[in-house]
Design a protein around this ligand. Structure first.
Ligand code: ZN
Length: 589
């Protein structure tokens, strides 16, 4: 089967050439650089990478797109009246600001919960129904990332203060616009200033409120504007199918010196560029390696720019994209809740098992996070983050969920320094990435099984049918998906023959598989159309149909709205899945 293709000899030769020398030298260099998007330190980091590429004779381009970037400035908060004091606070990327002028308001506490897991970190549940928040500073729990300020703001609050779960205040970004905005996606930022405070200080303020009203004065600044950022793309051309390419990428920018997030990823990309270049005569497809800026301070602005600028090339020729964020971190020894799309699950698990001897588990549906900017185009992806700390160790250390650094809570703080990187873990993770990249480049048929994707979609429709009951009939969706499942069975059986076949028939089969993938990925993950970006918020499987979950509790008006949405969503599914079925059927002949 194509998911288990191997070329042991070449793979071992590649793995044997991976060393820690260059990666560790990069970490030492980057540990001196605060790589804010578009900054001079980041430009130095970019020059470090291109210097190495020059030295090794690897061809690359540096692009300088103009993107919307927001850098948090100073923020302050103090309590007024007797016993009042200054508190240490931060503000977020894309937070509205007071231009450094103090604003005085009453503090009010809306109890919430810290995110229970990675998924919730990017969610947005928070409601202050029934409370009069007009003119108040609203304090609640959370990291302040994603869109949690939204419904608080609609209630007339003047600022939101998020109590972080630990001793550190984590940096973050407060917009759901994915990448730089267009006319449709502009203005999805939080409409009021966002402040963040650590847990002990937050608790102190909660205690003060229990004693009586608390007045505070706050101020903040953010520097938001269009600026040039670097995007480095190296290319190692393939020999057999040079037009087909695997996109291997990670973010160059960071919060503070960001060693675990994401200097270790930058180092992995550079080391694998070196090693794959050494073995360039053995590569079937082309390898593109990209370092993006604008991830932390532009909501994935660099990768989104690339998705826009090279959209048609990506649509036609991109085999898959592999994100490299936070590998090789301290104590990160297991592969649990790893990001991969269903079609790549068997492939990824085989890679991890072959390299590490470990079993691994996926998170199910890839989160709308990371530099996963190619969903609308319909490109299959795997490995947003890599290894992570075991659950028991997280519990033992009393750690709360964070979105990188292998689970280390130094994530997005001043503490993400050299001690967060681990030599053994980095070497192991680089070998995992190298194996995944090599097999993706050289498997005669790209190593995916879209029957697993059809199964995921079918299971989602089943859930939505159960929720809808008699109010909506998903029969047409089930029928279309079943047809595609059958056509894919024939398609994959026909591949057993064509794997032995000539280059032209392999090229045709791969093109067919990519076209099927384009359909299923965009259907499964997006609503906003091929050449747009869905917002940065939790997106369920088949987002057009997920509103069925709301049917049981909807009032009559909303019920009609939902049914209309479902009719339109089902039409899209049946049409698109029908197209994929045709492609699979023709390719199997
Ligand atoms: Zn990251």
């Amino acid at each position: 089967m194509n998911q288990h293709w191997k070329d042991e000899a070449t793979e071992q030769a590649i793995l044997a050439d991976i060393s820690l020398d260059e990666p560790w030298a990069l970490l030492e260099e980057f540990s001196q650089l605060t790589r804010l998007s578009g900054s001079e330190d980041e430009a130095r980091a970019a020059r470090y990478i291109t210097g190495k590429l020059d030295e090794w004779g690897i061809s690359y381009q540096v692009h300088h797109p103009t993107t919307l970037i927001s850098l948090p400035g100073p923020a302050s908060l103090r309590t007024l009246g007797e016993g009042g004091r200054e508190y240490r606070v931060k503000t977020t990327s894309f937070s509205p600001h007071t231009n450094g002028e103090e604003v005085t308001a009453e503090l009010v506490y809306v109890p919430g919960q810290q995110a229970a897991g990675m998924t919730e970190l990017f969610g947005e549940q928070r409601s202050a129904e029934g409370l009069d928040l007009r003119g108040k500073v609203v304090m609640t729990e959370g990291l302040g990332i994603a869109a949690r300020g939204f419904d608080l703001a609609e209630s007339g609050a003047v600022a939101a203060l998020f109590i972080n779960p630990g001793q550190n205040i984590h940096e973050g970004i407060t917009t759901t616009t994915w990448g730089s905005p267009d006319l449709d996606s502009d203005g999805r930022t939080a409409p009021i200033p966002i402040l963040t405070i650590n847990h002990p200080d937050g608790q102190e303020l909660v205690a003060k409120l229990n004693e009586g009203p608390v007045e505070v004065a706050f101020a903040n600044q953010t520097d938001t504007g269009w600026r040039q950022i670097p995007v480095i793309v190296a290319e190692i051309p393939g020999n057999q199918f040079p037009e087909e390419f695997v996109l291997f990428h990670g973010h160059l920018d960071s919060w503070h010196v960001g060693i675990g997030d994401n200097a270790t990823g930058d180092a992995t990309l550079l080391e694998l560029a070196r090693v794959f270049h050494l073995h360039r005569d053995k590569l079937a497809r082309s390898l593109r390696i990209a370092w993006w800026s604008g991830h932390s301070h532009g909501r994935y602005a660099g990768s989104t720019w690339y998705a826009d600028e090279f959209a048609l090339d990506l649509m036609a020729n991109c085999v898959s994209h592999i994100n490299c964020d936070s590998p090789g971190c301290r104590w990160a020894t297991v592969y649990e809740g790893v990001s991969w799309m269903s079609e790549a699950e068997g492939f990824c698990q085989a890679v991890i098992r072959d390299v590490t001897g470990q079993d691994s588990s996926g998170e199910g549906h890839v989160l709308r996070a990371g530099d996963c900017s190619f969903n609308n185009l319909g490109v299959t992806t795997y490995f947003m983050l890599s290894s992570t700390m075991p659950e028991e160790l997280l519990r033992e250390k009393g750690y709360y969920p964070v979105g990188g650094c292998g689970g280390n809570i130094a994530w997005h703080t001043e503490d993400d320094t050299m001690e967060i990187a681990d030599r053994d873990n980095l070497l192991r993770d680089m070998r995992v990435y190298a194996t995944a990249v090599f097999r993706s480049l050289n498997a005669p048929i790209a190593p995916f099984d879209y029957r697993a994707t059809v199964d995921e979609l079918t299971a989602a429709v089943r859930e939505y049918q159960d929720a809808a009951g008699d109010a909506f009939d998903f029969g047409e969706s089930f029928a279309a998906l079943e047809m595609l499942r059958g056509a894919l069975d024939n398609f994959y059986s026909s591949l057993v023959v064509s794997e032995e076949g000539d280059v032209a028939s392999l090229r045709r089969a791969n093109a067919a598989q990519r076209a099927i993938g384009r359909t299923l990925v965009s259907l499964g993950y997006t609503r906003d159309g091929r050449f747009r970006q869905d917002p940065a918020r939790a997106i369920p499987t088949l987002p057009d149909l997920a509103v069925a979950r709301d049917l049981p509790n909807a009032d009559e008006h909303t019920r009609h709205l939902i049914i209309n949405s479902l009719v339109r969503g089902q039409n899209r599914l049946v049409w698109e899945v029908g197209q994929a079925t045709q492609i699979a059927t023709q390719a199997a002949r």
